[in-house]
Design a protein around this ligand. Structure first.
Ligand SMILES: NCc1[nH]cc(CCC(=O)O)c1CC(=O)O
Length: 314
């Protein structure tokens, strides 16, 4: 049978490996619904699993081994053929994805920006000196310190519901979360304001969903192909190239964000010290079909402009 005939064969059953947080389940259900609409004869099932990243809640992510913690168990299910695909927030997918795994699809991105959430204040600008802002990300922390040096930034971990509960209990005056997560969980009324990229440049891949499969299962990639969004995919690949080239993980305060502008990719990035005392920013424009090269070039520029020194002493 030729490759194209193999690809034309619709799937009969697809199993999606997913974490069991509310956000992960929403994302897996979203992909399930899209697959069921595409392949009416296909049974799509979820295989829920608890990852190490979900178990360790008392320490900052950077201290316990980073984002890979959220992915490993799902990949084991792919290898064991208990599942065909894993659905991820692209932000949580390690920058290096190599055989036997592949990112086969990146679906359309909705809101990529960070959100300001507070029960008492309407915006970051309204917060008084010393107000306590919770975030678990060095990227958000460094930008808060640089833009609002008089605020007190403290650690905040846990899934979205936990973080909101901690805010509601009064442990923080405000918290910063990805707008996409809140929107997916029907919590967009909690968003007091979306932070423009100039105030809080998002993380590589933020707001985008990725589908991972085994690289030696081309039929799975073919089934997922209709879910790919070419523009989002180019943006996220450019962003991830920046983060990869700068050894990006959540241990590095680093942002990378691309949008399509006037038929081109417009990619912005920064590297900073966690306390915001040093900031290196750069931006570049280039064609969508050379996204990774654009990201690499931006990383080189950031490095030359001072990011290398920051990274060497973090
Ligand atoms: N780090 C956890 C995480 N992973 C993905 C999202 C939100 C959804 C997304 O960015 O796709 C979040 C929550 C947050 O950062 O507030």
């Amino acid at each position: 049978m030729s490759q194209s005939q193999a690809a034309a064969q619709p799937p009969e059953r697809i199993v999606i490996a997913t974490r069991e947080s509310r956000l992960a389940l929403w994302q897996a259900e979203h992909v399930k619904a899209r697959l069921e609409a595409l392949y009416p004869g296909c049974t799509v099932e979820l295989l829920g699993m608890t990852t190490r990243g979900d178990q360790i809640l008392d320490r900052p992510l950077a201290k316990v081994g980073g984002k890979g913690l959220f992915v490993k168990e799902l990949e084991t299910a792919l290898l064991d053929r208990r599942a065909d695909i894993a659905v991820h927030s692209m932000k949580d997918v390690p920058m290096e994805m190599t055989d036997p795994f592949a990112l086969v699809t990146i679906s359309a991105r909705e809101v990529p920006l960070d959100a300001f959430v507070s029960n008492r204040y309407a915006s970051l600008d309204d917060l008084p000196p010393g107000a306590v802002v919770g975030t678990s990300s060095l990227r958000r922390e460094s930008q808060l310190h640089a833009n609002y040096p008089y605020l007190a930034v403290t650690s905040l971990r846990g899934n979205l519901d936990t973080r909101l509960r901690k805010l509601d209990e009064g442990q923080y005056d405000a918290i910063i979360l990805a707008a996409a997560g809140l929107t997916r969980l029907g919590l967009s009324e909690r968003i007091r304001g979306v932070l423009p990229a100039e105030v809080s440049l998002p993380a590589a891949g933020q707001g985008a969903l990725g589908i991972e499969a085994l690289s030696d299962r081309p039929e799975v990639a073919a089934w997922m192909a209709p879910l790919n969004d070419a523009t989002t995919s180019a943006c996220v690949r450019a962003e991830r190239a920046v983060a990869r080239a700068l050894a990006g993980s959540c241990e590095v305060p680093l942002g990378a964000f691309a949008i399509e502008d006037d038929g081109q990719l417009w990619l912005r990035g920064f590297v900073a010290r966690p306390d915001g005392s040093e900031f290196v920013r750069a931006e570049r424009r280039g064609p969508l079909d050379a996204a990774e090269a654009l990201g690499q070039a931006l990383a080189d520029e950031l490095r030359a402009a001072g990011a290398a020194e920051i990274l060497a002493t973090l």
